[in-house]
Design a protein around this ligand. Structure first.
Ligand code: FAD
Length: 293
């Protein structure tokens, strides 16, 4: 099923993300975690892709396995910046042959060396190049793109970032998924600005339940996300107690999701970090809300 069919519905879509391992030995345990999440019957599951394609086989195997065994829609991520055109085209063919209908078209992060090098001879400089490649492949993919309520770190202004986002959508993105954020007002403000810029596709809000104190540091490093004082107090109080931190982090994420849905943001993607327990508790917390218009 194409994700646009789900994302355009007027009810809460709750989806989860898994990231494939880097080795064969870890594959079975991550597969088990992904299957437990699939057992919750989420709207869809996304499977990330290692930058440069290092885990491409696992992304494909995991997405195909979840689709075939559980019949739930899957979203396979694909990055392009550190890959050749031949590698990317080959992967697109494999995804199409495996019956994967939904692809998240991403550029991937740049290494420090790449940031300072001349991009003229790169096969792909931006995600928009991958979106065009997917469109030209002839396969009828539903294509997603990433967006950044707090501005992508490489953009000097939000205006510039939204201008490039519009180009990506015009090239063929059917929906967008946001970077994680911990203050819903950032999302509401962003939604206003992108709609004003003429971006009309569905937007999926990315929520990361922080379940241990170390994750906070990593989340900020990765995304540069703003941490509201309310959230910092919670980490200060419970950070040293793993069980309490997990409960508080899940409660905070649940609260964010309820507020989003109450404000008509119907599509929420949970960065569940291969943790079925986190997905299970979020799903349970929202059990009387899922399905309500
Ligand atoms: P782009 O859309 O290309 O944007 C990158 C920057 O370039 C932005 O600042 C943009 O404004 C600017 N830009 C775009 N077009 C132009 C242009 N024509 N001229 C000048 N500037 C331009 N990484 C992984 O490795 N694997 C994953 O599976 C993965 N999944 C992700 C899922 C989501 C929802 C998100 C938000 C991120 C994910 N990432 C993943 C991280 C992502 O690869 C990085 O954030 C990366 O730095 C940017 O990718 P992008 O697709 O947003 O790039």
């Amino acid at each position: 099923m194409k994700l646009t069919e789900i994302l355009e519905r007027d009810e809460l879509s709750l989806s989860y993300e898994v990231f494939p391992p880097k080795t064969d030995t870890a594959f079975e345990s991550v597969k088990g975690a992904a299957e437990e999440i699939a057992g919750l019957a989420p709207s869809f599951i996304s499977v990330t892709y290692g930058a440069g394609g290092g885990t491409s086989k696992y992304t494909l195997d995991m997405a195909k396995g979840l689709k075939e065994s559980f019949g739930i829609p899957v979203l396979a991520h694909l990055t392009c910046v550190s890959s050749t055109r031949e590698t990317v085209k080959n992967m697109i063919d494999k995804l199409s042959c495996a019956g994967i209908e939904n692809i998240m078209a991403l550029r991937g992060d740049l290494t420090e060396e790449q940031k300072n090098s001349d991009r003229a001879d790169w096969d792909y400089a931006y995600a928009v190049d991958l979106v065009r490649e997917l469109k030209e492949s002839g396969a009828d993919f539903c294509i997603g793109g990433a967006c950044y309520p707090e501005v992508h770190p490489e953009s000097s202004t939000q205006k510039e970032d939204i201008k490039h986002l519009k180009e990506k959508v015009d090239a063929g993105c059917d929906f967008l998924t946001t970077q994680m954020f911990f203050d819903n007002n950032l999302l509401y403000n962003f939604m206003y600005k992108i709609r004003e810029a003429g971006i009309r596709v569905p937007v999926v809000a990315g929520i990361m339940p922080i379940t241990n104190a170390n994750q906070v540091k990593r989340a900020i490093e990765l995304s540069g996300s703003f941490m509201p004082q309310r959230f910092k107090s919670l980490v200060d109080k419970f950070g040293e107690y793993p069980d309490a931190m997990m409960q508080a982090g899940i409660a905070y994420a649940t609260d964010q999701i309820i507020d989003l849905y109450a404000n008509n943001i119907t599509n929420v993607h949970v960065y569940s970090m291969n943790k079925p327990e986190v997905a299970r508790q979020i799903h349970r917390n929202l059990s009387n809300i899922i399905g309500k218009k």
